[in-house]
Design a protein around this ligand. Structure first.
Ligand SMILES: [Zn+2]
Length: 168
């Protein structure tokens, strides 16, 4: 086993899988036949052809270089933090506006009501989006866009029975 991460990193940890069978009703047992993805390019991205060893169908998969993968992970991390920070800011602004003893009218001011609509929805979505980005920043493996090549040569997003298995 090589301890140098340089060798390991050039082979994406994600595997390509042909789903052999799904069995069971109460307990789902899925058997995969896995095979490694093409190696990472030295720089940029490369879309490589992949032939399923189980059924012989052809696929395309895009693999990014180590540099680009790291850059994307950093970008996801920054976007995730920005999303969470913005959500916190919105919540703080919302409470700040809501807490103000604004005149003697107990009914909600229409301006404040619409303010809640603008801050409430992003206030829910932004943290989810931010967390999604942060998870992506941890797990992103620099592998994108699995496509099946149809008989007529066109690439299709329908990869029925095949998928990318992220490593754990
Ligand atoms: Zn297959």
């Amino acid at each position: 086993m090589a301890f140098g991460s340089s060798i390991v990193m050039d082979q994406p940890r994600t595997m390509f899988a042909h789903v052999l069978s799904v069995q069971g009703v109460a307990v789902m047992v899925t058997n995969h036949r896995v095979q490694p993805l093409p190696l990472r390019p030295a720089e940029g991205s490369s879309t490589g052809k992949l032939v399923c060893q189980a059924c012989g169908r052809q696929f395309l998969v895009t693999v990014h270089s180590r540099t680009r993968t790291t850059a994307k992970r950093v970008r996801y991390f920054v976007l995730g933090l920005a999303g969470l920070a913005l959500a916190a800011l919105l919540l703080w602004l919302t409470f700040d506006v809501a807490m103000q003893p604004d005149g003697s009218d107990p009914d909600m001011d229409p301006d404040i009501a619409s303010w809640f609509v603008y801050t409430g929805i992003p206030g829910v979505l932004l943290p989810l989006l931010g967390l999604g980005y942060l998870i992506n920043a941890r797990t992103y493996d620099g592998v994108d866009k699995l496509r099946r090549i149809d008989e007529d040569g066109t690439a299709s997003i329908r990869t029925a029975g095949h998928k990318l298995l992220p490593s754990r």
